[in-house]
Design a protein around this ligand. Structure first.
Ligand SMILES: [Fe+2]
Ligand SMILES: [Fe+2]
Length: 340
């Protein structure tokens, strides 16, 4: 109570009696006062934190973007709401949803923050969308690479397919203005690296056989989409976490349908046109492009131009013509130059 301005307290009196934790800072974010609920939840006593910067509670688990957005709103004297992961005096994490409102009293600016504990976040760390995607992406990458560890060249192929998928999905989305949301497009990118996980169950003698395959060998190779889905189902059964729930169906579509063809002559189900899921139609183009432009034991590396010509020739046969058009724009503006 020492340094606290009583007239100021009167202004904030109503707020301070709320059942939520309340903190009031001055324009430099130094703590002016907190209410009893705040003391109870955080374990900080008002007398110990008064005059300190509100940032003492911060943790790195609150994304930097959250602070940037908060600062921008408050600088414009606009209220701001968001989610913070702070640390209590005892070191425990404290997840809360906060609304900060600027007040001008006697020409001075104050910020009043009202925190509400997010109980469902108490069980774990709060992860923002971007970190969830990154986490899912790295986990799937490790899985995909370890499934195909027998082929030393495969890691580069998988990573290039993933990068090309990202380029193509973004370009296609822009070009035809399909307004695909970020969740879906990042799921496609994450899933693309898994497209061939089913090959891990194919005998090496068939998988790496130089020259042409016997009909029964071809049948075995063509089982890799279904085998891949079996593997995926097991992996996701183990992960059994809501973080991965939505990823499953996109990954399944990519794995199961990346060898289907627009004209219905692909495998394993001979689906045609738009009955082939969009994500599989995208990956199918980049998978073939990357295979052509990479040197393999049984073939030389094709030039970018020759690979594009083949893809154009198969537009409407193997590939979705609209997706091929988007892919050509990547070729024309040089975006493919780093990929062979
Ligand atoms: Fe494949
Ligand atoms: Fe592939």
């Amino acid at each position: 109570m020492n340094n606290r301005d009583e007239s100021l307290v009167r202004h904030f009196n109503q707020l301070l009696t709320l059942a939520d934790a309340v903190i009031v800072t001055d324009s430099t974010h130094r703590i002016c006062f907190v209410n009893d609920v705040y003391e109870q939840i955080t374990g900080y006593k008002e007398k110990d934190i008064i005059g300190k910067k509100a940032g003492i509670l911060k943790t790195k688990l609150t994304p930097v973007e959250t602070y940037i957005q908060m600062k921008a709103s408050l600088e414009n004297r606009q209220p701001w709401s968001g989610v913070f992961t702070n640390r209590k005096a005892c070191g425990e994490l404290w997840h809360s949803s906060i609304t900060i409102t600027p007040y001008v009293i006697d020409d001075k600016v104050y910020f009043a923050g009202i925190f509400r504990v997010l109980e469902d976040l108490e069980r774990g760390h709060y992860l923002d969308e971007k970190r969830v995607r990154q986490l899912q992406g790295s986990l799937l990458k490790v899985l995909a690479i370890s499934c195909e560890i027998r082929d030393p060249g495969i890691e580069n192929h998988l990573i290039r397919v993933q990068n090309l998928t990202e380029l193509l999905v973004e370009r296609h989305n822009e070009r035809i203005d399909s307004q695909l949301d970020y969740h879906y497009t990042s799921q496609i990118v994450n899933a693309s690296i898994m497209h061939d996980i089913g090959k891990s169950a194919i005998p090496e003698g068939i998988l790496y056989k130089p020259g042409s395959l016997a009909p029964y060998e071809r049948i075995i190779i063509e089982m890799h989409p279904q085998i891949g889905v079996d593997i995926l189902t097991k992996i996701y059964g183990e992960l059994d976490d809501e973080l991965f729930e939505n990823e499953f169906s996109v990954a399944k579509n990519v794995i199961l349908y990346h060898h289907e063809k627009w004209n219905g002559e692909g495998y394993p189900f001979h689906l045609a046109g738009e009955s082939i899921p969009f994500e599989a139609r995208i990956v199918s183009v980049v998978d073939v492009y990357d295979a052509l432009t990479t040197k393999r034991p049984y073939k030389e590396k094709w030039t970018q131009k020759a690979a594009i010509e083949l893809i154009v020739e198969h537009s409407g046969k193997h590939f979705d013509p609209a997706i091929v058009e988007s892919f050509i724009t990547l070729y024309e503006d040089g975006s493919l130059d780093t990929y062979g």
